[in-house]
Design a protein around this ligand. Structure first.
Ligand code: AMP
Length: 254
């Protein structure tokens, strides 16, 4: 049975008193509405650690658009079932006040890569991400924490933060899990209409094609996507698009 922990001091007590020092803790932070992408991270974590901790916290400080935050899907009962299936030991499920006793006056800010790609059109997004991940890692104290390459920029920034602040944790990247259509799995896919779900896989197909970024942009717009950005850096091609109000991101190795 997964033990659900809402109170952070309760977890700190368990962590101190019940988890023997020779047991390794693996950690998978999420915002819930769990799917096979999350499951792959949790399964890898289960294989590589004695104790598996997952968190579900829809972190308001990383949403620059309040509607996006309000509409973010939640599927708590389904999530608990998946955590049980994956043999997860603890779910950390905190509320805002327990995560932000400082009222978000203390922040972790990276001032270079976080301003590019997704950061260019989502001001403050990565400040929120880095701050909450540092808090969660300090709370859970894992040996290893797992992050998906679907959010490659996020993974790189978190890895950089942990190294910059000498945090004693190994950041493990995990490959993007896709639908059969090629569409990267995402909690936000649940917000797509039936028609949009049919169009969405075109994004990945074009991203991994040999076409140049200009041609890809034209073809995406023809298929009714609104392009947020397309870019190439560090041997990867990155993109973010809107289908209706839903923002999708993806990236591929070049
Ligand atoms: P989220 O709940 O969207 O914040 O995601 C939690 C973690 O799962 C992050 O490290 C994501 O990068 C990862 N993740 C989300 N979708 C996928 C996917 N399709 N494949 C691999 N990892 C993913």
């Amino acid at each position: 049975m997964v033990e659900v922990i809402k109170n952070i001091s309760e977890w700190l007590k368990i962590q101190k008193e019940e988890i023997k020092s020779d047991k390794s803790i693996g950690f998978v932070p999420t915002m819930g509405a769990l799917h096979q992408g999350h499951k792959s991270l949790i399964e890898k974590c289960r294989k590589e650690n004695d104790i598996v901790v997952v968190s579900i916290f829809v972190n308001p400080t990383q949403f620059n658009d309040s509607n996006d935050f309000k509409n973010y899907p939640t599927t708590y009962e389904h999530d608990i079932k998946m955590l049980e299936e994956c043999n997860v030991d603890y779910l950390i499920f905190p509320n805002f006040d327990s995560m932000y006793p400082d009222g978000y006056h203390y922040k972790v800010i990276e001032d270079d890569f976080s301003k590019k790609l997704c950061g260019a059109t989502r001001p403050g997004h990565f400040d929120g991400v880095l701050t909450v991940v540092m808090k969660l890692i300090n709370i859970v104290k894992p040996a290893r924490a797992y992050f998906g390459e679907k959010d490659f920029q996020q993974y790189k920034l978190i890895d950089g933060m942990c190294k910059a602040f000498f945090m004693d944790v190994e950041i493990i990247p995990c490959e993007t899990v896709r639908e059969q259509s090629g569409l990267a799995m995402s909690s936000r896919n649940k917000l797509l209409s039936e028609d949009e779900i049919k169009i969405a896989p075109i994004f990945y197909k074009l991203l991994k094609s040999d076409l140049d970024l200009n041609k890809i942009k034209i073809k995406l717009e023809e298929a009714s996507f609104k392009v947020d950005y397309l870019d190439e850096t560090d041997g990867r091609r990155f993109g973010a698009v809107f289908l209706g109000n839903v923002r999708l991101i993806d990236n591929v190795k070049k």
